[in-house]
Design a protein around this ligand. Structure first.
Ligand code: CP
Ligand code: NVA
Length: 306
């Protein structure tokens, strides 16, 4: 049984293979070639949090692969009223061929995979967002021609995006510098696991409180919202803590001259990124958003295909 729970669980080869498949699906779909790789299969999509990109790209992706997707708002299924993950996993496994879930606790996603008998795809938890980073890698490779040997800088909150970048970069050999305030640093367990992988692939990982040090000489600059879903009550405190971490022209100017800018979206202009950077000529945010579709079709075909 193949799941996508975190990028740490996948080997470097598995990640590079799925990216290769994503490129092929993207190219061929644009040429009018169809890929009925999941004909007759159904994906359940459980959402405990809002979504634009994840919901639409998974639904369109299943359609393009000849299958069907069911939107299951956690509030509208019995899970939201306290039905156990154990019972939910067992029941849904009898109806569906795979589940994509967006929720809070990573342990809920892991439990779904443990108790069910169908592939589980993590569509974002408080801890990680693996599908996003596969799309990011596809985008970076399109613009830079490679992944290994580049330097990626992430500045801002040590959140799910930062964690999946750490896991992913360590697997594909892309150096990563993460600049966060000490109070909002990345999870220690994630950092330890990424460092162990980085040793094997010869990847450099730098963790710093200095955003300028993080961005200096980077080929790719990434940021994300300072206030993730579920943290709305912390907004005032976080906005204050992150003021020096805004990716504006001055900070982006520390990166290489041909550096590109990525943001998973939704973005909050004037907070984590200035309008001049996110809407500037080196921003690739809409290629990145489009690649959610292609990268996830590759994931779906890999975990749910024959
Ligand atoms: N980047 C991303 O996951 O967007 P949504 O929250 O709109 O799905
Ligand atoms: N870190 C953000 C990502 C949104 C796609 C959040 O969890 O809300």
């Amino acid at each position: 049984m193949k799941h996508l729970l975190t990028l740490h669980d996948w080997t470097s080869e598995e990640i590079l293979d799925v990216l290769k498949l994503a490129d092929k699906l993207k190219k061929e779909t644009k040429q009018g070639v169809s890929h009925p790789l999941l004909k007759g299969k159904t994906l359940g999509m459980i959402f405990s949090k809002s979504s634009t990109r994840t919901r639409v790209s998974f639904e369109v992706g299943m359609y393009q692969l000849g299958g069907h997707a069911l939107f299951l708002s956690a509030n509208d299924i019995q899970l939201g009223r306290g039905e156990s993950i154990y019972d939910t996993a067992n029941v849904l496994s009898r109806f569906l061929d795979g589940i994509m879930i967006r929720t809070y606790a990573q342990s809920d996603v892991e439990d779904l995979a443990r108790f069910g008998t169908i592939p589980i795809i993590n569509g974002l938890t408080d801890l990680v967002h693996p599908c996003q980073i596969l799309a990011d890698f596809q985008t970076i490779a399109e613009h830079k021609g490679r992944l290994a040997g580049l330097k990626l800088a992430y500045v801002g909150d040590g959140n799910n995006i930062a964690h999946s970048l750490l896991y992913g970069c360590a697997k594909v050999g892309m150096d990563i510098a993460v600049g966060t305030p000490a109070k909002y640093a990345c999870d220690g367990d994630v950092v330890e696991k990424a460092k162990a992988d980085a040793k094997k692939t010869g990847t450099n990982i730098l963790l710093t409180e200095d955003p300028v040090e993080a961005v200096s000489g980077a080929d790719v600059v990434v940021t994300d919202t300072w206030v993730s879903m579920g943290q709305e009550a912390e907004k005032a405190e976080k906005v204050k803590a992150f003021d020096a971490y805004r990716v504006d022209d001055a900070l982006f100017g520390k990166a290489k001259e041909d550096a590109i800018f990525l943001h998973c979206l939704p973005a909050y202009r004037g907070y984590e990124v200035s309008e001049s950077v996110i809407d500037g000529p080196r921003s690739v945010i809409f290629d990145e958003a489009e690649n959610r579709l292609h990268a996830q079709k590759a994931v779906l075909a890999t975990v749910m295909g024959q």
